[in-house]
Design a protein around this ligand. Structure first.
Ligand code: NAX
Length: 328
C-alpha cells in the first residue's frame, strides 16, 4: 500500500471531530487505496475523551486507517502531517462579544501556526474553528515556513446551506445549482452571490425571479443558519460542518470541472475585487487538482453585491485590527 497521508485534527474530542474523523478514516476523503494516519490533537483535559474516539475508530475496522496517535500539544501533533485541520477552539460564552471571542481564540492559533513549522513540507492547513477567517490569518502569519496559499478557512458549509435553500425554492435537486460562491467572512455578514449562480445551466435569477426573496429571506436564512440550528438542536452544527470540511478538502484535491468554482477563504493578494492584500477572504476558487488553486478572475459584480461585499470586507478589516498584535 501507498505511504499514509498524515492528518492532524484539533478539537478531536469535540462535536465536529466526532463526525469528521470517521469520514476521514473510512477512506472517503483520500480514496480507498490511500491509507490515513490520524493525529488527534486535544487539550490535556480532553485527551481521555479523544482516547474514547480513537477506540471507536479502531472498532470500525477501516482498512484505510493506518494508525492513530493522541497528542495534547500542537508541537507533537503537527509533526510530519500533510493536512492540519484546525477545528478546536473555545466556544463563545454567554454574553460574550465577537471581539472577545476573537481575542480569546487568537493565542491558540499563534501557537498552532508556530507548530506547523514541524509539519511535512507539503502541509495544507484548513481552519474551521471560529472566527475561522481571522484564526486562519493568525496561523498563517505565525508560520512563515509554509506558503500563505496553503492556508484556508472553511466557508463550504455556508455554500452548502445556500445551495440547499435555493434548491428547495426552485424545486430542483441541489446538484443542479452551480457557482454559488460565498464572499467574505464566515459570519452574519457573509455574502452568498446568487447573481452569478446557475440552476440546471440557466442563470439562477432567470429561474428564481423573486428578487425580494433573494435579497431578503434567502440572505438572512443563510447568514443566520448557524444560530437557527443552535436554537433547534441546543448545540451548534456538527455533522454538516464535518461534511463540509470533507467537501472543502476534496475540492482542493480534485481538478474543478471546467466553468465551475467553489467557495473557500484564502489569502488575498490585493489585486482582485478590491479585497485588501493579506485578508483571508472567501472567494470563488478553482483547484488545479494538485493542491494548488486560482481565485476566479473577471466576475462581474453588481453594485448591490459590491455593497454587500464591502460590508463583510469592513468587518474582516476590523477583526484584523483586533488581532494586529498577534500577526507576526
Ligand atoms: P466543541 O466545543 O464540541 O469541541 C471543540 C473541541 O476543541 C473541544 O474538545 C476542546 O477541548 C477542543 N479544543 C479547544 N481548544 C483547543 C486547542 N487549543 N487545541 C486542541 N483542541 C482544542 O466544538 P465543535 O462543535 O466541534 O466546533 C468546533 C469549532 O468549529 C467552533 O469554534 C465552532 O464555532 C466552529 N464551527 C465552524 C463552522 C464553519 O463553518 N467554519 C461551522 C460549525 C462550527 O460552528
Amino acid at each position: 500500500m501507498a505511504q499514509p497521508v498524515r492528518v492532524a485534527v484539533t478539537g478531536a474530542a469535540g462535536q465536529i471531530g466526532y463526525s469528521l474523523l470517521f469520514r476521514i478514516a473510512s477512506g472517503e476523503l483520500f480514496g480507498p487505496d490511500t491509507p490515513v494516519h490520524l493525529n488527534l490533537v486535544e487539550l490535556p483535559q480532553a485527551a481521555k475523551a479523544a482516547e474514547g474516539t480513537a477506540m471507536e475508530l479502531d472498532d470500525c475496522g477501516f482498512s484505510t486507517l493506518a494508525g492513530i496517535d493522541i497528542h495534547d500539544s500542537p508541537e507533537s501533533g503537527f509533526e510530519g502531517v500533510n493536512w492540519a485541520l484546525l477545528v478546536g477552539s473555545k466556544p463563545r460564552g454567554p454574553g460574550m462579544e465577537r471581539n472577545d471571542l476573537i481575542k480569546e481564540n487568537g493565542p491558540i492559533f499563534v501557537a498552532q501556526g508556530k507548530a506547523l513549522a514541524k509539519a511535512a513540507s507539503d502541509v495544507r492547513c484548513v481552519v474551521v474553528g471560529n472566527p475561522c477567517n481571522t484564526n486562519a490569518l493568525i496561523a498563517q502569519h505565525n508560520c512563515r515556513e509554509v506558503p500563505a496559499t496553503r492556508f484556508s478557512a472553511m466557508t463550504m458549509l455556508d455554500e452548502n446551506r445556500a445551495k440547499a435553500q435555493l434548491a428547495k425554492k426552485a424545486g430542483v435537486n441541489v446538484g443542479e445549482i452551480k457557482n454559488l460562491a460565498i464572499w467574505g467572512n464566515h459570519s452574519s455578514t457573509m455574502v452568498p452571490n446568487f447573481e452569478a449562480a446557475t440552476i440546471g445551466g440557466k442563470s439562477l435569477t432567470d429561474v428564481i425571479t423573486d428578487r425580494a426573496y433573494l435579497e431578503g429571506d434567502f440572505f438572512t436564512t443563510v447568514q443566520k443558519r448557524g444560530a437557527a440550528i443552535i436554537q433547534a438542536r441546543g448545540k451548534s452544527s456538527a455533522a454538516s460542518a464535518a461534511s463540509s470540511c470533507i467537501d472543502h478538502v476534496k475540492n482542493f484535491l480534485t481538478k474543478t470541472p471546467e466553468g465551475e468554482y467553489f467557495s473557500a477563504a484564502v489569502p488575498s493578494d490585493g489585486s482582485l475585487y478590491d479585497i485588501p492584500q493579506g485578508l483571508m477572504f472567501s472567494v470563488p476558487v478553482r483547484s488545479n487538482g494538485d493542491g494548488s488553486y486560482e481565485i476566479v478572475k473577471g466576475l462581474e459584480l453588481s453594485d448591490y453585491m459590491k455593497g454587500r461585499i464591502g460590508q463583510t470586507r469592513d468587518e474582516l478589516l476590523k477583526e484584523r485590527d483586533v488581532v494586529k498584535d498577534l500577526l507576526a
